[in-house]
Design a protein around this ligand. Sequence first.
Ligand code: NAD
Ligand code: IPM
Ligand code: MN
Length: 353
Amino acid sequence: MKKITLSVIPGDGVGKEIMPHALRVLDAVAEVHGGLTFEKVEYPWSCEYYLEHGEMMPEDGLVQLTESDAVFLGAVGNPQLVPDHVSLWGLLIAIRRGFQQSLNIRHAKQIRGIDPPIKHANQFDLLVVRENSEGEYSEVGGRIHQGDDEVVVQNAIFTKKATKRAIDYAFQLAATRGKRVTSATKSNGIVFSMPFWDNVFQEVGKQYPDIEQQSVHIDALTAFLVTKPAEFDVIVASNLFGDILTDVSAAIMGSIGIGPAANLNVEGTYPSMFEPVHGSAPDIVGKGMANPIGQIWTGKMMLDHFGEEELGKTLLDIVEDVTEAGIKTPDIGGRATTGEVADAIIERVKSLT
Ligand code: NAD
Ligand code: IPM
Ligand code: MN
């Protein structure tokens, strides 16, 4: 029996609503597999936890999570209770940094039964490799002066090691897929980091002569993702550019609520973390209408990560069968609840035996 131990952090908002259903789906999948179990430890770390304890997770939180094979996270953030930079840096980003999850891989493709906002003649299927440890998300900076003279400095840190790691990973992924890498740049406007990024892209790219390679400015690239997504295979981007591109790549599938993500510790020293692209969606919380597909597809990425690609593929096929059958939450044009979508997936998973 293969046992995968999971640290489960439902988090806030729709994260808490979706997580129990996503776990039901994972358990059903494991049951059908026959030789797989998920052993779960759930942590209540969230903005409510913060109000009670003054911190998003205990001081030894990362030590507790180290025990597991992976972290499965819902979403973090309730800006009405806790400022976002406090809650996110106290939990989500603390885990990404603490566990050196230096790459964030996000998948987007057309899903059967979901009408994309813009219909294209060609199917798209793309991966974004987002640098996940530095770049625009740096803690280096500060405030100078007060009042009308206030000046704020926010630095962006780009190291050769991290830049190379992200770009090299993108080329390796492309070699197994469509053999095309697009690098998101902005070297026309950002004079230090982006020319540096482009140089590293060219340097690494030389080792992959069989892979088509291009640099596209982030503004144009964002537009091209909307107008011609089928032209992309693997996109590699800095932390902030990758963040923005992946809300767009989820949206062109039909909803932010369906995008999956894997925060990878490539060295295997620490657990990787699997969490959907979307956030806690305060605007729809408590209505039972949160789309569980982002979390479930994220579960599929986790199955892939643990060598269960076949099972992962089956799960995504079943998700598409369910959307094709019209069992969908309102964000993608249906009337089903979070639980009804999960039930329909589980029913089909169970019928495999
Ligand atoms: P969001 O992703 O939560 O919501 C953006 C829009 O997408 C909203 O209209 C929302 O209703 C919709 N949406 C999101 N998930 C959905 C789902 N599963 N089903 C249907 N619709 C869905 O982004 P936001 O509003 O900018 O952020 C809300 C909070 O979440 C903030 O506190 C933010 O910092 C946090 N956040 C957390 C994460 C994370 O934990 N990984 C990611 C993004 C945002
Ligand atoms: C994401 C989120 C986070 C990010 C926020 C909530 C800090 O938007 O995971 O995409 O920017 O990385
Ligand atoms: Mn984001």
